[in-house]
Design a protein around this ligand. Structure first.
Ligand code: ADP
Ligand code: GLC
Length: 482
């Protein structure tokens, strides 16, 4: 099967969150399963990889032709193409400068989407499936069903749109429409608009042949007003074509046995190195190297999604009762301010680094005893899955992928973490107290850590589910063509 991935983030070249991790792992795993896989992404500033494959790919965008050199490299047998258009991609950030979205993001990602289609047309045979991710590439299905509708090259090509986060939709003024090569002619404007704005994600939800999200629970949650971000109505009309496939973990990158960022390596069979990682982490964060105190880790984008609004009530309590905490994150200033304030109040127990640092994220995963993700919503969440492998017990709210991956610890010794249901700071506090009681019983804690480390979330399971989904799409395509 020929599968073309198009996305705004791909590890190791571009990442702001889990989207990049997924795009670094799923194509590679599908390749290992024998599929023909390519990935297209922008050639952002600092990407040096690849050789120039094409001097100038012509892409019609708005009323102009854009001429984009294309670079190509092969990584783990996956072909990766970088679309070079310096006026759009040679910038400091992927999406923003100084926490403000670039005003031309609509054009920037419309260009990526159109360039991917034009690039596909330069191959001898068309892709069977174009796999799009989030709003940045959600216009591809709309382009295929409008301006490319009569192009025989794409006649059998089918599209899958994966929703990694429904809250980011790509909303722009309606006047943007002609700039992204979609005219209202031949289109029902309602297909592209929501609440008076052009909405990229909505267009994808309307036009994609299939839709999926990154956990089963989230695929159901988003049909409700609470989680649907205004798109629940559109999603309901497509509920029959909406599924949930849980992300995996890339153990080539996230395994304490081989992780090069750690002070010591360890595994379920020989877990001794974890204590050295904890001491190293405490030292890195300038906290007393007391290995006995339970250490809570947070690695996160600092946004409302992640549930930090529960902490002003709960955190001072659970810290006073015995926990230390290290935080690594970037994002909204109000959360950075809160965490700095906590550090000031508990200088021996809380330490915060407001930065993005991949190596440190690995150190936190390894060195902490517990990993806190009290998310308001969480489409999948990767950090709790990494934590399991590192023997770092997740404390989560039962939402989206957190609910699908974490089973609450029970007195009979079953479970792999601590979970609470309602978005309520008192429930979080009680859950932390429960975790503290288990931590203070070394035998029970050891058993729980063993439960966590014994689990396997490798990508192969998810990749096989995607393959099945692609196949069912193509079966339908062939039926339609007969
Ligand atoms: P989301 O995609 O919503 O941010 P995920 O849990 O799926 O949440 O993935 C987050 C990814 O981003 C993880 O790989 C995590 O380690 C990484 N990450 C988040 N914040 C930082 C940071 N400040 N420094 C380094 N890595 C980070
Ligand atoms: C999004 C979600 C996160 C998910 C990631 C990868 O950023 O917020 O829950 O794990 O995408 O799918």
């Amino acid at each position: 099967m020929r599968i073309l991935f198009v996305a705004s983030e791909v590890v190791p070249w571009a990442k702001t969150g889990g989207l990049g991790d997924v795009l670094g792992a799923l194509p590679k795993t599908l390749r290992q399963l024998g599929q023909d896989v390519s990935v297209v992404l922008p050639r952002y500033r600092g990407i040096e990889a690849g050789r120039r494959r094409m001097a100038s790919l012509t892409v019609p965008l708005g009323d102009q032709l854009r001429f984009c050199p294309v670079y190509e490299t092969t990584r783990r047998q996956v072909r990766c193409f970088f679309i070079d258009y310096p006026p759009y991609y040679d910038r400091d950030g992927l999406y923003q400068a100084g926490r403000r979205d670039y005003p031309d993001n609509a054009e920037r990602f419309a260009l990526l989407s159109l360039a991917a289609l034009e690039l596909a047309k330069r191959s001898a045979s068309p892709p069977d499936v174009i796999h799009c991710h989030d709003w940045h590439t959600a216009l591809i299905p709309a382009y295929l069903k409008t301006i490319y509708a009569s192009d025989p090259f794409f006649h059998r090509t089918r599209t899958l749109l994966t929703i990694h986060n429904l809250a980011y939709q790509g909303k722009f003024p309606k006047a943007t429409l002609p700039k992204i090569s979609l005219s209202a002619r031949g289109l029902n404007p309602a297909q592209l608009e929501l609440s008076g704005k052009l909405n990229f994600l909505k267009a994808g939800l309307v036009f994609a042949d299939r839709i999926n999200t990154v956990s089963r629970k989230y695929s159901r949650e988003i049909l409700t007003p609470e989680y649907g971000s205004g798109l629940e109505g559109v999603l309901k009309t497509r509920a029959g074509e909406l599924t949930g496939i849980l992300n995996g973990a890339d153990y080539d990158q996230w395994d304490p046995e081989t992780d090069r960022n750690l002070a010591a390596n360890y595994s379920a069979r020989s877990p001794e190195g974890k204590l050295a990682c904890k001491r190293d982490l405490l030292g890195t964060y300038g906290l007393p190297r007391d290995g006995r105190r339970p250490l809570v880790g947070i690695v996160s984008r600092l946004t409302g999604q992640k549930g930090f609004d529960l902490l002003p009530h709960a955190a001072p309590e659970f810290i006073a009762e015995g926990f230390s905490m290290v935080v690594l994150g970037t994002g909204e200033e109000r959360y950075a301010r809160f965490f700095r304030g906590l550090q000031k109040k508990f200088p021996d127990y809380v330490s915060v680094k407001i930065m993005y640092h991949d190596g440190l994220a690995h150190k936190v995963e390894a060195g902490a005893d517990l990993f806190l993700m009290p998310s308001r919503y969480e489409p999948c969440g990767l950090n709790q899955i990494y934590s399991l492998k590192y023997g770092t017990v997740p404390v989560v709210r039962a939402t989206g992928g957190l609910d699908d991956t974490i089973e609450d610890y029970r007195e009979d010794g079953s479970g792999n973490g601590f979970k609470f249901s309602n978005y309520d700071s008192e429930e979080l506090l009680q859950t932390m107290r429960r975790a503290l009681r288990v931590y203070r019983s070394p035998q029970r804690w050891k058993h729980l850590v063993g439960n966590c480390m014994g689990l396997d979330f490798s990508w192969e399971v998810a990749a096989r589910s995607y393959l099945e989904l692609y196949r069912s799409l193509l079966a339908k395509a062939n039926q339609g063509a007969e």
